[in-house]
Each structure stands twice: as structure tokens, then as C-alpha cells.
Design a protein around this ligand. Sequence first.
Ligand SMILES: Cc1cn([C@H]2C[C@H](O)[C@@H](COP(=O)(O)OP(=O)(O)O[C@H]3O[C@@H](C)C(=O)[C@@H](O)[C@H]3O)O2)c(=O)[nH]c1=O
Length: 181
Amino acid sequence: MHVEESPLKDCFIIKPDIFRDKRGLFLESYHKKKFIELTGIEKEFVQDNQSISKKGVLRGLHYQTGELAQTKLVRAIYGKVLDVVVDLRPESSTFKQSFKIILDDENLYQLYIPKGFGHGFVTLSETSVFAYKCDEYYYPGYEAGIIYNDPDLAIDWGFPEEDMIISDKDLKQPRLKEVFK
Ligand SMILES: Cc1cn([C@H]2C[C@H](O)[C@@H](COP(=O)(O)OP(=O)(O)O[C@H]3O[C@@H](C)C(=O)[C@@H](O)[C@H]3O)O2)c(=O)[nH]c1=O
């Protein structure tokens, strides 16, 4: 397993050691001690989530506000997604910048997303199974989001917009400039 920096401050990619043989493959998806050694970050992850999405499903861009902000360690365990993060920390040198990466069941990369980032992904394969660890519980009253197609972010989701499947909640998310005035 090794760690690669992303262009966004405090956000990094974890590339696991994958042991392939005639049966399939094996990897350690989380190893607390190695994670701390490699990153210097000691986290207690308290909630594991899993979602299954059809092709074209876009979830995001989401975050939890204030003291209930979540650090996330995300991966696609089946299928392929384009994962997108946006630094929403006004004090950060990469504030308002976005980063995107393919996460799939071939590379099996994980993305470490610090607190204060918006996060979303679109499923590029027929189906995806997406799994992630969070260091804070889900609090519905503290959910927040930014609209996925905000012109100020101009994210190329790599998928035709007319074929996207998006929740009513996510279609009504505000623009970045409405949230950070
Ligand atoms: C996120 C979440 C949702 N739910 C419920 C609320 C709702 O009824 C149902 C679906 O919720 P959502 O539509 O918000 O699910 P989804 O759009 O998949 O939300 C997720 O999107 C990705 C991009 C993230 O980064 C996550 O943190 C999370 O916000 O599941 C929980 O019970 N616990 C949770 O932790």
C-alpha cells in the first residue's frame, strides 16, 4: 500500500497492494496501523456506508457542516465511478478547487477526503458498489451540498448530463457562491 498526494491540500490517494492469483485477488482494504504509519493521521472511523448505483447515477456534491463534518475514506468495490471532491475550506490554499479520479474494481484505489470537502461521484459502469468509512456519524440535520453542475466549478463528469439519474435533493442543491458569499 502506498500513498500519493492529490493536488488538493490534505486529500490523498491510497493505492493498495493487490495480490492476484488464479482464484481472484486479495487486498487489505483497511489496516489501522499501516494507515497511521503511512499518513501520520490517526482517525477513528465510526460508520461504514455502502451504496449501489445504476449507470449514470450521480450522488453529490455532499458534506456535513460544522463540528459534524466527516472525514471519508472512499472506494468502488465493484464497477467504475468518477469520484469528485471540492475543497470547501475557506482558509485552505486550495479552496474552491476540485479534483477527480476514477475509482474502480481494477485499480481499487481509495480516496482520503478530509473534513470540509464536498464529495460526489457518478457511476460509469452498468452498476457500482461504493463503500466508505466516515469518522463522524450521519446527522440528517447537518447535511449540506453544492449543485453538481455549478458553472463556477465547471466539473466535467465524463457522462452525458441528459442520461444522469439524480435525486430530487441533489437537483436542488445551492451554488457555491450562494453558500460562500
Ligand atoms: C448518507 C446516509 C444516508 N442515510 C439515508 C438517508 C436517505 O433516506 C437515504 C439516502 O441518502 P442520500 O440520498 O443522502 O444518499 P447518498 O446520495 O448516497 O449520500 C452520500 O453521497 C455521497 C456522495 C457522500 O459523500 C456521502 O457522505 C453521502 O452524502 O439513506 C442514512 O441513513 N445514513 C447515512 O449515513
